[in-house]
Design a binder for this molecule. Sequence first.
Ligand code: DGI
Ligand code: FE
Ligand code: FE
Length: 191
Amino acid sequence: MKTVDIKKIRKKMEKTLDPKRFEHTLGVAYTAAALAMCYEVDINKAQTAGLLHDCAKCMSNEKKLLICEKHHIPVNDVEKKNPFLLHAKVGSYLAMKQFCIHDQDIINAILNHTTGRPGMSQLEKIIYIADYIEPGRKQAPNLTQVRRMAFQDLDKALLQILGDTLKYLNSIDSPIDPMTQKTYEFYQGKE
Ligand code: DGI
Ligand code: FE
Ligand code: FE
């Protein structure tokens, strides 16, 4: 695969995102790079996916829904009620069209970074986990343990994060996307 120009993407993201989201983005990119080193995954791909994973996050819900409608991106009932979830789908679309990313693994890592999916690749797992453990995150339960776990057993960390996320969403009565549930059940079954 052609190596992506990280500096160029970083500059674009600094212009696209608000300062807090940009800080988070850098945290995810560096954490993903460290995990990629640990698990011998392509570091450039991890940085690229980390930098782009939230590229649609600072866009209005109206615009996200409009992009989905215009480009025939399917929107389920949970996403209709919680359009913030669509930043993953819209982000993967923008990564292809605006950032000219053609690597399917990077696109999938952006697409599945919020809900996960059954049968994730190493890169997808790395982005999902880096998003949760990057240094700027402060509030999640079990963060200290999950951070250590991430560098010891990727699947164990993934399952812990999925379980904690579902617990949190249920505690605040937030609707669960079918994909979040399916992902949890898939990785629970693999234990
Ligand atoms: O965009 P970020 O905040 O960096 O992180 P993210 O894209 O992983 O989004 C995190 C939020 O998404 C977190 O508050 C949990 C929430 N989330 C994950 N799966 C679901 C969900 N929210 C709902 N309502 N339903 C889900 O299935
Ligand atoms: Fe996100
Ligand atoms: Fe994020």
